[in-house]
Design a protein around this ligand. Structure first.
Ligand SMILES: [Fe+2]
Ligand SMILES: [Fe+2]
Length: 199
């Protein structure tokens, strides 16, 4: 019995834990530093995504394509919600969220199609960022973060497919003014859906 208690004591007080990242201090989960940094950076990246889509929305507003503008404004809102979800996950793990400066989009749009192709490229980039965090989490046996990111992996696949679909529809209808008008009407009917992930 004494040996058993001593071993338990040793387990919870020893200096070096068996895992690099996913560690237990007492009963609390301690996140690996690199995973923590990447998640904190991702909050900023999601806020930048919101900025970028808001910029695209403003471009369409100034071009009198209010349906496209509405669609991108909701897209910006969705990105803001992604930032909030990651913030909440960090806070649930007892980690402070540090907000950094958000880069200006500084994008120039030559034509109505340009924001659509840029949006697809941007989503592919974000997918690569999420994948990197996922890899880092699993390398550190942080399955909790891996499970949290599962939602984002699926979300990115959906975002890429939606961006691709938008380009395809623009290529079909965007050249013709009547087709562009119809597409604008359709995009203007988008309804915001809050993320299905609850923390
Ligand atoms: Fe996002
Ligand atoms: Fe996105």
């Amino acid at each position: 019995m004494f040996l058993y208690i001593t071993n338990i004591y040793k387990y919870y007080t020893k200096k070096s834990e068996p895992f690099q990242g996913y560690k237990m201090k007492g009963w609390f989960f301690i996140m690996n530093e690199k995973v923590k940094d990447l998640l904190q950076q991702q909050v900023n990246k999601e806020l930048y995504s919101a900025y970028l889509y808001l910029d695209m929305s403003n471009f369409y507003t100034s071009s009198s394509l209010d349906g496209f503008a509405h669609w991108f404004k909701l897209q910006a809102q969705e990105e803001f919600d992604h930032a909030m979800l990651i913030s909440q996950y960090l806070q649930n793990s007892d980690i402070d969220v540090v907000l950094d400066a958000i880069d200006a989009p500084n994008a120039s749009y030559d034509d109505f199609k340009k924001p659509l192709t840029m949006a697809l490229d941007h989503e592919k980039y974000v997918t690569s960022l999420i994948n990197d965090i996922y890899s880092e989490a699993l390398a550190n046996k942080d399955y909790r973060t891996g499970q949290f990111l599962d939602w984002f992996i699926a979300e990115q696949a959906e975002e890429e497919a939606t961006a691709q679909d938008l380009i395809a529809r623009f290529e079909l209808f965007g050249d013709d003014s009547k087709g562009l008008y119809m597409l604008d009407k359709e995009l203007g009917a988008r309804v915001y859906e809050t993320p299905s992930l609850e923390l």
